[in-house]
Design a protein around this ligand. Sequence first.
Ligand code: GAL
Length: 656
Amino acid sequence: MRPTLADATRGRILFGGDYNPEQWPEETWPEDVRLMRQARVNSVTLGVFSWSKLEPEPGAREFGWLDRVMDLLHEHGIGVVLATPTSSPPPWMGRLHPDTLPRDADGRTEWWGGRQHFSHSSATYRRYAAAITEDLAARYGTHPALTMWHINNEYCTFDHGDEAAAAFRRWLRAKYASLDALNSAWGTAFWSQGYDTWDGVLPPRHVHYLKNPAQVLDFRRFTSDMLLECFTAERDIVRRYTPHTPVTSNFMPLWSGQDGWRWAAEEDVVSVDLYPDPRDPLGGQRGALVQDLTRSQARGPWMLMEQAAGPVNFRGVNHPKPRGLGRLWSLQAVARGADAVCYFQWRQSRQGAEKFHSGMIGHAGEGGRTHQEVRRLGSELAELAPEVSGSRVPADIAVLHDWHSWWAGAHEGRPSDRVELPDVLTAWHRALWEAHLTTDFAHPEHDLSGYRLVVAPQLYLLTDTAVGNLLGYVRSGGTLVCGFLTGIADEDDRVRPGGMDARLRELFGIRTLHEWWPLEAGETVECAGLRGTLWSEEIEAEPGAADVVPYRGGELDGMPAVLRKGRAWYVSTLPEPHDLRALLASVAAGAGVRPVLEGLPAGVEAVRRGELLFLLNHGREPVTVEVPGSHRDLLGGEKVTGSVRLGRYGAAVLRP
Ligand code: GAL
């Protein structure tokens, strides 16, 4: 049995953040720990960017400072998620070993002076990374403060350099065995790209005009696999020392660079960093989407590794969180299955690239408003923990998502560059979120039998197995709704005969898919009972097809916009938000899926976790929510009968 998040939480909610004591004089540390205790911090992540402190010159080891920090934290009952520092190599590495530095598609080197300047394919980098990991594991594997390992940080680099090119060729040889197979899969008959030797095969470097899409797709797969090799190499080292300590590496939210399903399967704990824009009216929903995805990757409780206490510094204009919003979004994460609520970072830096990124203690210090809010949240989470930790979030609906399909569908020569998968996914998830329908995410080849409703906002690429899985799901009584640009290509990104998988066309009652009619910004298409945006299609339904919502007016007048055949639905446009919500809510009702709560005021989110009902007011105005029955609000302890009042960004956690 692999360890899980529960081995680190032990019934608590982990609360804390990245702690970078090496940026501060040692006299600050006792003060840090005192303030952490006050804020009910029970976990910090150490060492994420400490490589040059730990190994100031090749092969040297400076562990003294880390020993003292680990001991200090332990003395005060604060657990440590210990990071391997391998995301930011020291300057000496690039200087002595330029082969460790990645190159972009234009051949430019990514130099030290920032971070993440390592080539996933560099044997030298991997050797140094393994050595420091080994020594950390040997030294701290038995330290009583250690609760979890954090490998690297937000794996996200690409490399188009020579060593990566050689690794890419090895990866391709393992996949295709013969050049003929590669030439066929990549369609190299097009534009005279046929390869006569493996040595001629390159990463998709700078070209004159449009790259080969299948080559780009394989390069994305290769990159995800190389980074995963870096992760598993370090993971396996720490596992040898501490088989019972869980291992994680933090994802970025809805990040395209890693095959998130494959990666999650290799982790003991799935963790994510989440930074919605406080000014974004959809910030709460975007957060919910990432939380649902992360919970589904984890197949249970997950870790919010990083969020911001106040403003970030990576947007053009960086807004603080208004009073209460940080608490609301943290409770939202807990509602959606998080058993750890952590921040980047504990103490806001005074120097370096992120000195204007907030921390749990900002430049304003202990008395700062943000820190005071963090402190209150720490107490609330400590109270809540025994009621929620380890419990499950039930969902009857699965949203399908696949990274390979995303990569393939994003090719530069596509029918409309206005179609971006994250936007489409967000629109569909938003419709379900606003209808108070809790959703999991799933891969199209996953077992879907536990869901009453499955929606596929856009699966441009579908393997034969995935198509078979969807068909089988509908055959055994499931309801399926697919959005446009689904089932277009096979796993080599070869367009299916007829322009869309024949079995899917038959499933939806599509006789011919004549043409796509992508829409310009601001352009809409009228349909009976709804208005479409972004995309429309010229479809001929099977003769006698029932239940068709037609386009009205324009080029597509009278043709089907939405088709239904039995329990299979096809939506050939992106309905405006309220129309998509109405459509999916009615399909869900037909499939027997009920919203978490009926009659909720706008902007109020309701989620069940275990026995508990979380009510979250994303609005700035106070609202009253009718809740049948009688409950106890675990935030504050009051009895709730019939209705509960939520203030601006207010929340209630109700136990029957
Ligand atoms: C994450 C990263 C942190 C910090 C943070 C700032 O991407 O893991 O180290 O940079 O963002 O928002």
